[in-house]
Design a protein around this ligand. Structure first.
Ligand code: SF4
Length: 327
């Protein structure tokens, strides 16, 4: 067995953001108010434990609104957002839709629509194939080009370099995105962008916390699922600072070899990872003799979002008082 880890540092903030809390609560309330099954297009948030728990309560997750979603069924759209084509498809099928898209993703959709209506070529900085990127691109497919790297910027050709704008996915590496934006600015001096950053507060704060913590620990463990963009970025930015880091869905994925010779282990969790998984990880180390467990607070968060209107109305009709969602 590896030697005892002396100390755990728990990054703060970590875990659930307001957008994830809102999306998960939306499915929970929909199950209570309308009864099972409730259909959910895509994973409501990118965490396998959350998805499994909701599935056990009667949520049915589907990849697309194909024929497995019966006409008129209650259907929730995930936190990552959907394109207008998906909304139209749902309307054609007569589905009762509840949109759990995070308001901060909706903000990026609005920017895309605005820039497109003004005739801009829009450079979307993001990861190909991510659901959020697919939803955003669907707002103005004729106007948006995707770039993932600086090399993509170098290769980019646009019709009118005076009429170009950028937007970004909400869950990217803050530093990497800034580098890409600077490359865009150097190549297209007239480029314009959103009034405020598209990378959301939760992504920014979780990265700030692990970056400050990295020099204080020998290893960082990040709780999050493999398809969670913001969780992967926590591992990435920590490794870039020279500290070893691994992404695990839960404590069962720990490799003993990682702990060999480690004195201080840092723990964080992605915006879609429930806190109980962090606490199980802490229990794992305590059971092996770790006595010091300290919070490493970098930023205090107090962001709340209202639940989707359809849920709020249904709660009021059922005599309940809707409260804003937020971790
Ligand atoms: Fe919204 Fe950011 Fe959370 Fe995504 S990570 S759900 S954009 S607050």
């Amino acid at each position: 067995m590896a030697a005892t880890v002396e100390k755990l540092l728990l990054a703060a903030p970590r875990g659930y953001c307001a957008g994830v809390d809102r999306a998960v609560q939306t499915v929970e309330r929909a199950l209570e108010l309308y009864g099972a099954p409730v259909y959910v297009r895509k994973e409501i948030v990118h965490n396998k434990h959350v998805v499994e728990q909701l599935r056990e309560r009667g949520a049915i997750f589907v990849d697309e609104l194909n024929d497995t979603v019966p006409e008129g069924a209650t259907t929730v759209f995930s936190a990552h957002g959907v394109s207008p084509a998906v909304h139209e498809d749902a309307q054609r099928r007569g589905l009762q839709t509840i949109d759990a898209t995070c308001p901060l993703v909706t903000k990026v959709h609005r920017e895309a629509v605005k820039f497109a209506s003004e005739g801009y070529t829009i450079v979307l900085i993001g990861h190909a194939g991510h659901e959020e990127v697919e939803g955003t691109m669907g707002e103005a497919p004729e106007h948006i080009v995707l770039v993932e790297t600086e090399a993509d910027v170098d290769a980019l050709e646009v019709d009118d370099p005076e009429k170009i704008a950028y937007i970004s996915q909400t869950t990217l590496s803050v530093d990497e995105t800034l580098t890409i934006i600077n490359r865009l600015r150097a190549k297209f001096p007239a480029i314009t962008g959103p009034r405020t950053d598209d990378i959301c507060y939760a992504t920014t704060n979780r990265q700030a916390a692990v970056k400050q913590m990295a020099s204080h620990c020998d290893l960082l463990l990040v709780i999050g699922s493999k398809n969670s963009s913001n969780s992967n970025r926590l591992v990435q930015v920590t490794r870039e600072l020279g500290t070893d880091a691994h992404l695990i869905d839960d404590v069962s994925e720990i490799d003993e070899a990682w702990l060999e010779g480690r004195r201080v282990v840092g723990i964080s969790s992605g915006a879609s990872a429930p806190e109980e998984l962090v606490q199980r990880l802490v229990d794992f180390f305590r059971a092996r003799g770790t006595e010091q467990v300290e919070e490493f607070q970098v930023v205090q968060e107090d962001v709340r979002f209202m639940l989707p209107k359809a849920i709020r109305q249904a709660m009021v009709a059922a005599g309940q008082t809707p409260a804003p969602a937020g971790a």
